[in-house]
Ligand binder design. Structure first.
Ligand code: TXA
Ligand code: MG
Length: 361
């Protein structure tokens, strides 16, 4: 598996630097492939020195720093322009490190970890004192996961410390699923991006906590409700009035272009003179080259200047993997409006619809 994902890395990207667009940030960002000599070793060295670097995970690219070094973690907030009240996920170097940073009280949590780690499941626990307040933004809890991505694993193992890593985008924007997306968002602000190719799942990890021996879902993701259900009762977290986690804000993960969500594209009628783009699950009865943008077909998409299909074969996992890339592509087309069609609500579809809802603005 390790070889498979790493072999998807594009060649020839080693050390293409670029200048900062923010005059206060003058560094250059190096983009290295995980395969290039010492890409992971260079990342590990920078992390040990208290720097932040972007790394691929199986969900989205993360902006990593040593979770036990508050100054390094402060850089994450600066680079992302993230508000200091939005806590970070801590990624473990190995399973046993969990008990060093968190208090695990529930057997159900241990069973879930046993099943889904390493992988795209984040679990919220009571934290231990060793975790700096800046990581959890003063909360008594810490969100923890263990990535399965070979590049991330290699780097975090080499550092041998937990890494705090939010998605490697500027605050409020769509999460990056390729190294190029990270470069587009953060060039000049961080010293290094390790390119591990496009991420597998394409949306952020599922976040849960165990409450009264029930699984409370606070962010939908690749580990679906159906996958959690065999372990116990699953219920949706309803955000309390005291803590607001921006990932749970109604508007988040937003493109710059106005986006609306509809149940069916054919029900949408365009405003004359306005250019709209469509994001659809799959072409019902459509024809064309898989994966490529193409002109609207009269049957399904009468009014659109541009159309993207999340999955030509109607596969929800593929749709999730394409979601953020296609949102970025449509966002780059200078449209007046993006019209996104809801996908079926089963499996990872629920997480896709959740992100579409938060992208609407
Ligand atoms: O897939 C992922 O989870 C990616 C990769 C890089 O690991 N990370 C990610 O991080 O999506 P971020 O920071 O973009 O989203 C983390 C979410 C935020 O909505 C944050 O509010 C929530 O996790 N969170 C973190 N710690 C929390 C805590 N102690 N209690 C409640 N929510 C927490
Ligand atoms: Mg994020």
């Amino acid at each position: 598996m390790k070889t498979e994902i790493v072999s998807a890395v594009r060649a020839g990207l080693a050390f293409s630097g670029s200048e900062a667009d923010d005059p206060s940030q003058t560094g250059a960002t190096a983009l290295v492939t995980a395969e290039s000599s010492g890409g992971c070793a260079k990342a590990a060295k920078l992390l040990r020195e208290g720097e932040v670097v972007a790394l691929p995970t199986e969900t989205v690219y993360g902006l990593a720093a040593d979770a036990l070094n508050p100054i390094a973690v402060a850089r994450i907030f600066e680079v992302k322009e993230r508000p200091r009240f939005d806590p970070l996920i801590v990624h473990l170097p190995r399973r046993e490190a969990l008990d060093e940073i968190a208090i695990v009280e529930s057997q159900l949590a241990r069973d879930l970890i046993e099943k889904f780690w390493p992988g795209p499941l984040t679990v919220i626990f009571r934290k231990r004192d060793v975790v700096p307040d800046i990581v959890t933004t003063g909360l008594e809890t810490v969100a923890v996961r263990m990535s399965a991505h070979p590049v991330f694993c290699e780097v975090v193992s080499a550092v041998n410390r937990p890494l705090a890593a939010p998605s490697a985008n500027r605050f409020g924007r769509v999460s990056p699923t390729t190294a190029q997306h990270v470069l587009d968002e953060l060039h000049g602000r961080i010293p290094l991006i390790v390119d591990g190719g496009a991420t597998e799942h394409g949306i952020e990890s599922t976040i849960i906590r165990i409450v009264d021996e029930m699984i409370e879902l606070s962010r939908r993701g690749p580990i679906t409700e159906e996958m959690l259900h065999p372990f116990g009762e699953v219920r949706e977290h309803t955000p309390g009035s005291t803590i607001t986690a921006p990932g749970q804000l109604p508007t988040h993960y937003a493109p710059k272009t106005r986006l609306i969500v509809v149940n069916r594209l054919p029900d949408f009628s365009a405003t004359p003179g306005k250019r709209a783009g469509a994001l659809s699950f799959f072409p019902v009865g459509g024809v064309g080259n898989p994966g490529s943008p193409r002109p609207a077909t009269a049957a399904t998409t009468p009014d659109f200047a541009s159309v993207r299909y999340l999955s030509e074969r109607g596969d929800l996992r593929e749709a999730a993997a394409n979601l953020f890339r296609m949102l970025r592509e449509l966002d780059a087309e200078n449209l007046d409006l993006i019209v996104a069609e809801r996908v079926p609500e089963n499996g990872i579809g629920a997480a896709i619809n959740d992100r579409l809802g938060r992208a609407s603005n």
